[in-house]
Write a protein that binds this ligand. Structure first.
Ligand SMILES: [Zn+2]
Ligand SMILES: [Zn+2]
Length: 391
């Protein structure tokens, strides 16, 4: 490498901060990322990078290298959260009840920074760099939509990378693991229906509260009794509603919950198990059950060799001791998994924490804030990954 990507990225810190503060002040909820999209399109145009809108509020950019080669893609999600910001920062959100509490503003800024540096040296690039500015990560499935409208083709993407902000790691560090990193999600709703009656005459009812209670307990056996102890399954019932008075047996009881899994085969089996248990309890308790299981995000699995590539690139910029091995996957979700199902790649965490500066709160917290000094680190790492991958 005849240049230092981190030094170059630090030389554009003022520009990075300006972009970051602008996006942070004007957070937009998923599927409403119009201003953010306009900002990205304008900045890419200024850099002379080919770009177009995609999936309504996203942006697809491409830097075509001067020499032929493979195509690498980087993804930055764009949406904010319905949270009232409590950071007290001078560049805090100006939109009541909406906040960039997951660092997606930093993700966009880091990728724009990388685009700027890569565009400057595109004649030397052996291949192409695609820029995926993805809307609607927090639930509405922007990644899937971008794939459906062809972001992985023309030219075909060989590998995809993404670094998510993590405040529990210091600025200038990376946390990473090969294999599964985040979970598949299947939210579900169950409604039990039966005959209502006076609480003193249970024999005249089909007691849906007893059925729902059995269901909550029995669902836990999917993880504890039907799943290998070394496999990861979570079933959580977070909502349980029935009845209006102590002496009335109601006609309906409903529960809502989530299923989280890592292995795609386990996911299929667990959703079947949940149905079987609910149907079995309904039959045993002589009530009816309506079950809805939603196909949420897929799990994310990092390719071994692409993970090694990121480790190497990160160590070259930040030093070996700043590359942490993430010991276990999270059972949280990230829709970057859809891209990684299409092409091998890696999803890692980029440190944005600083105890001295008070950047210590986790993502989705109203006090979460990313250390702006992490912006050049994230941008430089994309540049380094691109150059190592395309070499
Ligand atoms: Zn989030
Ligand atoms: Zn996020």
């Amino acid at each position: 490498m005849d240049h230092n990507a981190l030094q170059e990225a630090r030389s554009i810190s003022a520009w990075l901060n300006d972009i970051f503060f602008r996006i942070h002040r004007h957070p937009e909820l998923e599927r409403q990322e119009y201003q953010t999209q306009a900002l990205i399109l304008a900045e890419l145009e200024r850099m002379g990078i080919e770009a177009k809108s995609i999936a309504d509020t996203g942006v697809l950019g491409i830097i075509r290298g001067g020499k032929p080669g493979k195509t690498i893609a980087f993804r930055a999600d764009m949406d904010a959260l319905p949270i009232q910001e409590e950071t007290g920062l001078p560049y805090a959100s100006q939109i009541p009840g909406v906040m960039h509490a997951c660092g997606h503003d930093a993700h966009v800024t880091m990728l724009l920074g990388a685009a700027k540096l890569l565009a400057d040296r595109k004649e030397e690039l052996q291949g192409n760099v695609k820029l995926f500015f993805q809307p609607a990560e927090e639930g509405a499935g922007g990644a899937k939509r971008m794939i459906e409208v062809g972001c992985m083709e023309d030219p075909h993407v060989d590998s995809v990378f993404f670094g998510h902000c993590a405040a529990d790691h210091p600025t200038g560090s990376v946390s990473i693991r090969p294999g599964f990193v985040s979970a598949a999600s299947n939210p579900f709703t169950v409604t039990f229906r039966g005959k209502g009656a006076h609480g003193a005459s249970p024999h005249k009812s089909n007691d849906v509260i007893v059925a729902a209670s059995h269901a909550v307990i029995a669902l836990q056996t999917v993880a504890s009794r039907r799943t290998a102890p070394t496999d990861s399954v979570v079933i959580s019932v977070g909502s349980l509603h029935a009845g209006t008075a102590g002496n009335v047996l109601p006609e309906t009881a409903s529960l809502q919950g989530i299923i989280r899994t890592l292995d795609p085969n386990t996911r299929i089996r667990v959703t079947k198990d949940v149905r079987q248990i609910i149907e079995g309890i309904a039959a045993a308790m002589d009530v009816e059950a309506e079950i809805e299981i939603v196909e949420g995000y897929a799990s994310t699995c990092n390719d071994e060799s692409m993970t090694e590539l990121v480790k190497h690139a990160a160590a070259a910029l930040f030093g070996d001791s700043s590359v942490y091995h993430q010991p276990a996957p999270s059972l949280g979700t990230e829709d970057v998994g859809y891209f990684l199902q299409e092409a091998p790649g890696c999803y890692y965490h980029i440190g944005v924490g600083s105890k001295e500066k008070g950047f210590v709160y986790p993502v989705h917290n109203p006090r979460f804030a990313a250390d702006p000094d992490a912006l050049p680190c994230g941008a430089a790492l994309y540049v380094q990954i691109a150059e190592e991958f395309l070499q």
